[in-house]
Structures are given as C-alpha cells and as structure tokens.
Write a protein that binds this ligand. Structure first.
Ligand SMILES: Cc1cc2nc3c(=O)[nH]c(=O)nc-3n(C[C@H](O)[C@H](O)[C@H](O)COP(=O)(O)OP(=O)(O)OC[C@H]3O[C@@H](n4cnc5c(N)ncnc54)[C@H](O)[C@@H]3O)c2cc1C
Length: 198
C-alpha cells in the first residue's frame, strides 16, 4: 500500500533522515515477512511496520512547489502488505484508518509533524492494483523468491510465439526501474537491434 502526497518543507526539514529513499525497519523485521507472505487466507498486516519513505525532491529540488502558500515537497510512504489471496482485506474501509496508524508509527520514529503535515492526495492498495488487472492485487508479478529472481525470471523469448519478445518487470532480469531498462535492452538485442542503429 502506498500513500502519495506532499508535506510542508518547514515540517520535513526537521526530520533527521534526509535521503531520497529511507527504509524505516521495525524491530520485528523477520516476523513482518512472515505476516505479509503467509499462504492463502493466513496473511495479515505488519505487526511492527517496516516502511519505505521516499522524498524525491532531495535529489531533484525542481520538484519543490508551493501549496496553500507554503513550500511543499512530494512524499510517498510505502507499507508492504499481503496480497488479496494471502489476506482478502476490505481495503476501501481499511485504507484510511491504516494510513493514520502508519503515520503515528513514523511520527514516533522521528518524523515529527507528519500526522497533521502530510497532505495525502492518493492511496494505492491491492484493490487499486487488482482493478488494473494485476493478479491478487500484486503489482510485482512473480514473487521475490530466489527461483523467480534475476536470470530465473520468466524468459523474454517464448518458443511457442517466435514473433514476440517480452520486456519489463515480469521477465528477466526482474523488478525495478534499472532492471527493467536492462530488460528492454535485452529485448532489443533479441530483435537484432544493435546499439549504433538506435
Ligand atoms: C509501489 C511500488 C514502488 C516501487 N518503487 C520502486 C523504486 O523505488 N525503485 C525502483 O527501481 N523500482 C520501484 N518499483 C518497481 C518499478 O516501478 C517496476 O519494476 C517498473 O515500473 C516496471 O516497469 P514495466 O515497464 O515492466 O511496467 P510498468 O511501469 O507497470 O508499465 C506498464 C505500462 O503498461 C500499461 N498497460 C497495461 N496494460 C495495458 C494495455 N492493455 N494496453 C495499454 N497499456 C497497458 C500500464 O498502464 C503501464 O503504464 C516499484 C513498484 C511499485 C509497485
């Protein structure tokens, strides 16, 4: 689940973690993995959340802008959660209260003022991803398990369909923007496109 919005820089400037991406680990990190990856019907929300806090304006100050007369920066908070098969959660009802709980966790971990300062404009949940056709409401396709990672990811050539070359996070070498760009390059090479021709 991801919260997207903005925060006044007067609030975020006081936070000690000032990086583009920060992962705020909870102490129960391994238990958290078990919570969210449990098999069908057994998954649950993290009992001790580990959260990804993303502040892209720290890399690109051009993203700062004025909102309601004050300087703001974009802010996203990502909370790993079970997919809809693991836990068929009624996200439409839960998203609001769960967001408030997560912001309280961050406030207690040093993000003072985030509860009232973070203007959340948009929330993505597994229900959002499911509505876009993603299986079990998971935007990551194959799981991040060893046998589906890197070179073991689905190949980008399928012998049954010789005129199709796959590219993107569902195929080799997997999830992530740099990885997906590599996947595009591999696909281009499979098509016989050489570097000097594009
Ligand atoms: C919440 C979240 C956070 C992430 N954070 C990071 C991060 O910090 N760093 C990082 O490197 N990676 C991150 N990733 C992973 C990264 O975003 C993906 O691996 C990458 O975007 C996948 O690229 P793609 O081109 O395969 O697919 P996408 O970027 O999903 O692009 C597929 C496009 O196809 C379109 N589409 C789908 N079906 C159709 C159709 N039938 N007709 C026409 N268009 C269609 C979709 O609308 C979409 O625009 C994150 C992913 C998620 C979900």
């Amino acid at each position: 689940m991801v919260l997207h919005g903005t925060v006044p820089t007067a609030v975020s400037r006081t936070w000690s973690a000032a990086h583009h991406h920060v992962i705020e680990f909870g102490a129960r990190w391994e238990g958290t993995f078990r919570d969210i990856t449990a098999r069908r019907g057994r998954g649950r929300l993290m009992t001790d959340p580990s959260l990804l806090v993303t502040r892209p304006a720290l890399s690109d100050p051009g993203l700062l802008f004025r909102r309601d007369g004050a300087e703001h920066e974009p802010l996203s908070v990502l909370a790993p959660c079970p997919n809809l098969e693991s836990a068929p959660i009624a996200w439409d009802a839960l998203a609001g209260p769960y967001s408030r709980e997560l912001l309280s966790v961050l406030d207690a971990r040093g993000y003072a003022g985030i509860i009232s300062g973070f203007d959340v404009d948009h929330i993505d949940t597994p229900t959002t991803w499911a509505a876009q056709g993603m299986s079990a409401g998971s935007p990551f396709g194959g799981a991040h398990v060893f046998r589906q990672t890197g070179p073991f990811r689905r190949r980008n050539l399928d012998p049954r369909y010789p005129n199709i070359v796959l590219a993107g996070s569902g195929t080799v070498p997997g999830v992530g923007v740099p990885t997906v760009l590599l996947s595009g390059r591999l696909a281009a090479e499979r098509l016989g496109v050489t570097r000097h021709r594009h």
